[in-house]
Design a binder for this molecule. Structure first.
Ligand SMILES: CCCCCCCCCCCCCC(=O)CSCCNC(=O)CCNC(=O)[C@H](O)C(C)(C)COP(=O)(O)OP(=O)(O)OC[C@H]1O[C@@H](n2cnc3c(N)ncnc32)[C@H](O)[C@@H]1OP(=O)(O)O
Ligand SMILES: CN(C)Cc1n[nH]c2ccc(-c3ccc(F)cc3OCCn3ccnc3)cc12
Length: 392
């Protein structure tokens, strides 16, 4: 947009604001791949007091360092009431998928204290853009310690992870952010479904509706104790082939989507306690797997509240309904999330999620999540319903 300069992003192979609407620009890679010999062999320069470190996420100690950096310095909501508190188990899961590159787990330490003061990560993913399946890096967990903000450290982190991704002969990336950068390929809304109304009101996450009492509000959000769909059960290892078929078929309709194979499904969708939950419907008659739903566990630290420390939030992940109605399937997901003690169930308006949000009493969130591709131009922005991609 005319008023904002993006000194760093204007130098990058991403859609530029000035090019919005220019349909003469071809869709696809913006810059060609280069021979590996031409990729910068040595790391970018950091300010003198800092040094690069590769974070070995197999090490419990280093995983704790990354966990604590994020716990104290990662994303807060617009009103600074909550900060994401990804668990160590979650970070291990998110950062070590099949075929991951340890060198893409990049930290910055202060030379004297050896304290971890910044982090950025990439994991490999196959992402289909229309009919083009592209090997990409999914970039996430970019974090600079609060005390080191606005020193242009982020561009150096981004250039360094770009360099290390290039060294693996990968030239595209996907990422999401709550901030507007050049240039979103899609802009999504997030929605919240209250599960524990009393706590959400006590912490200020939600407010008592006008002309509503607390007991009326509790009644409004009440859910059955058990799922209603016959054959609804937790996913197990033996379900990987069937769930992969179901998911690939479902995701094939979206313009940008993850190209999951069985190996990916085994890692990303098999249940892991306090990290990711996944359920399916096995037809009692035919024993076919006809539906699937999943959500991941991402608590937020409640900032400055004397009575509560943590908001337990479930985030809608991948869901497919082919026999059960999407409404009933997602209501069963709410039921099990409530059963497991979550306070709130969050969802983006991606895929077909819009069809259940209002009906299942989700309320709109106060911000947006923007999707980005690096070195890949789309002719025009996508609607959220054209996206089949959820980044953690
Ligand atoms: C082929 C492979 C390619 C791989 C790479 C692909 C690209 C991957 C891109 C990364 C994807 C990450 C996805 C992800 O992790 C999910 S989005 C969550 C990002 N993390 C947080 O919000 C945590 C709290 N904030 C911080 O730690 C800092 O504020 C950060 C580190 C965000 C910026 O540190 P800072 O001290 O506040 O700022 P300076 O160092 O002075 O730098 C200012 C410059 O940074 C630009 N900026 C600000 N926030 C950004 C963001 N979220 N993405 C990209 N760029 C961002 C900003 O526009 C400006 O550039 P401009 O002057 O051009 O406008
Ligand atoms: C996706 N992944 C990259 C993390 C990430 N980064 N930036 C973000 C901005 C919004 C959301 C988000 C996505 C879905 C959702 F239902 C609610 C959300 O944020 C609520 C506001 N909030 C922020 C922190 N604590 C609460 C995630 C992210």
């Amino acid at each position: 947009s005319v008023e904002k300069q993006h000194r760093f992003w204007e130098t990058q192979p991403v859609g530029q604001f000035k090019d919005i609407g220019d349909t003469s620009l071809p869709e696809g890679p913006i810059e060609p791949a280069t021979p590996l010999s031409e990729v910068k062999q040595e790391p970018y320069n950091l300010p003198a007091a800092y040094e690069w470190t590769t974070c070995d996420m197999k090490s419990d100690y280093v995983c704790s360092e990354v966990y604590n950096l994020l716990k104290n310095n990662y994303v807060e909501d617009d009103e600074n009431m909550f900060r994401f508190n990804y668990s160590k188990e979650f970070l291990t899961w998110a950062l070590r998928p099949p075929g991951y590159y340890p060198s893409w787990h990049i930290g910055v330490r202060a030379k004297t204290s050896k304290k971890l003061v910044a982090f950025i990560s990439g994991v490999p993913a196959r992402i289909r853009v229309r009919d083009d399946v592209v090997k990409m890096a999914e970039i996430n967990f970019l974090c600079v310690h609060k005390k080191l903000r606005s020193k242009r450290l982020a561009p150096v982190m981004i250039k360094e992870v770009t360099r290390r991704v290039h060294l693996e002969n990968i030239w595209q990336a996907a990422y999401t952010a709550g901030v507007v950068l050049p240039t979103p390929v899609a802009t999504c809304q997030y929605w919240h479904r209250t599960l524990n109304p009393k706590k959400l009101i006590d912490v200020g996450f939600s407010r008592l509706g006008a002309r509503m009492t607390m007991s009326r509000t509790i009644k409004l959000y009440k859910l059955p104790d058990v799922p209603v769909t016959p054959g609804f059960r937790k996913m197990e290892p033996c379900d990987v082939p069937a769930v992969t078929r179901l998911l690939r078929n479902y995701l094939s309709q979206f313009l940008v989507a993850t190209d999951f194979d069985e190996n990916d499904v085994e890692h990303w969708l098999l249940p892991r306690e306090d990290v990711v939950d996944s359920y399916l419907v096995e037809s009692p008659e035919t024993h076919d797997v006809t539906d699937f739903c999943s959500f991941y566990t991402l608590p937020s630290t409640i900032l400055g509240n004397p009575n509560y420390t943590t908001l337990k939030a479930a985030y809608s992940y991948y869901n497919v309904a082919t026999r059960t109605t999407f409404l009933q399937l997602m209501n069963d997901a709410l039921i099990v999330a409530k059963q497991k003690g979550f306070d709130v169930f969050n969802a983006l308006d991606v895929m077909h999620n819009e069809s259940f949000l209002k009906e299942l009493k989700f309320g709109p969130g106060d911000g947006q999540l923007h999707y980005y591709l690096y070195n890949y131009r789309l002719r025009s922005a996508l609607k959220p319903s054209e996206l089949g991609l959820v980044l953690l």
